[in-house]
Write a protein that binds this ligand. Structure first.
Ligand code: AMP
Ligand code: MG
Length: 360
């Protein structure tokens, strides 16, 4: 299959003519990758089981890993869900459109092929103007996981999508690099106490402010314990992985506000990198703008500024992909404190590292 690439001239104000063909492909059961404010999505008609199957095939994604249905406005939510809990109304009011996914009890029209066999459905309303208008024009809810091959870092540019999806999907819509860079926050509102299943740019602190009480799924905090049934089948899979062996280093007490701890962490990253370089390996180092100058050896890449963590989220997947392209064997990375956006950053980095974290 030839993959058509569409360049959006002004992504903040796309015109309908640029999006019409993609919308038609979606409505008719084809696959279209498009930008959202989080990462690039791989879209298909969420109500068409055959179309959803094509997503799993193109990504090589296990079919019990459920998809998120994307809508453009509130009216499009109601047909998908059997019930809108009070907490969902508050969160929608505060954060939609935006990088928040909510889990609802599903209605009869949503096929199990979209929900991975679950009786719940994940719904998001993206704020990105290209995504939002494309979905509105498609006139169907759009199932859209990240547009990467399953297990690879999520795509944050159309070029990343092209690397993974060329020849496998009908169209890629290029709206430039995404803003946030990590996937949406997922909150299960179908349970008594709303529970965060995946951290993202809508942080725990922001959710707490709106809801008061909010729980966090233990799977976010560490590796899934043996024998525990994950809340969603997808949570058991290793995600976000670079090809290289990634190790995170953090200060002994985990205190990343303490300059002494940061110094020890940097020295440890350097020491580990030098060991592997001496053994003849290609070694990558993930540092920050603040520490860049302190590293002498290896392929040293800043992931952003420790003082502005939104820059770290923004660059995270691109940096991991770049190390893949450079055939890196080992990557050693600094850590980040886990408050606010740091929770999403550390969730993605620790998963990518298979929870291999060394204390310094
Ligand atoms: P993504 O990989 O960004 O497409 O997000 C899909 C993830 O959303 C899945 O791997 C699940 O963790 C979560 N998810 C989707 N649908 C549901 C659902 N019905 N219940 C719980 N989690 C869900
Ligand atoms: Mg994904």
């Amino acid at each position: 299959m030839e993959t058509k690439l569409i360049q959006i001239k002004y992504p903040k104000t796309p015109c309908d003519e640029e999006l019409m063909e993609g919308a038609k492909i979606l409505r008719e059961g084809g696959l279209v990758a498009f930008p959202t404010e989080t990462v690039y999505g791989l879209g298909a008609n969420a109500l068409d089981e055959e179309a959803a199957k094509k997503i799993y095939a193109a990504k090589g994604r296990p079919s019990d890993n459920p998809l998120i249905a994307h809508v453009s406005c509130m009216e499009e939510v109601y047909p998908l869900v059997s019930w809108v809990p009070e907490a969902a109304k508050k969160l929608a009011q505060a954060f939609w459109p935006g990088p928040l996914t909510m889990i609802f009890p599903k209605s009869g029209i949503v096929p199990y092929g979209t929900t991975g066999g679950l009786d719940t459905v994940a719904v998001r309303m993206p704020s990105d103007p290209v995504a939002n208008r494309l979905i509105a024009l498609a006139r169907v809810p759009v199932a859209a996981p990240s547009a990467n091959t399953s297990g690879r870092p999520s795509p944050t540019t159309a070029q990343h999508v092209l690397q993974d999806m060329a020849g496998r999907i009908e169209m890629i819509i290029d709206g430039g690099p995404v803003g946030i860079g990590v996937e949406s926050t997922i909150v299960d509102v179908s349970v008594d106490v709303p529970t965060v299943l995946r951290p993202g740019a809508i942080t725990m602190e922001m959710l707490e402010e709106v809801l008061g009480e909010i729980a966090i799924d233990p799977a976010i905090l560490g590796p899934m314990a043996e024998g525990i049934r994950p809340k969603a089948p997808g949570m058991k899979y290793k995600h976000y992985a670079p090809k290289a062996d990634l190790t995170l280093v953090e200060p002994q007490d985990g205190d990343l506000e303490n300059p002494e701890g940061i110094k020890r962490m940097i020295a440890k990253v350097q020491e580990l990198a030098e060991e592997k370089i001496a053994a003849g390996y290609q070694v990558g180092v993930i540092c920050t703008d603040e520490s860049r100058e302190l590293y002498k050896n290896g392929m040293v890449q800043s992931i952003g500024s420790r003082a502005r963590r939104e820059t770290v989220a923004h660059n995270l997947y691109a940096v991991l992909r770049e190390f893949d392209d450079r055939k890196t064997d080992y990557i050693f990375s600094e850590s980040f404190s886990e408050d606010h956006l740091g929770q999403a950053i550390m969730n993605r980095l620790s998963k990518a590292a298979g929870y291999h974290i060394i204390k310094a």
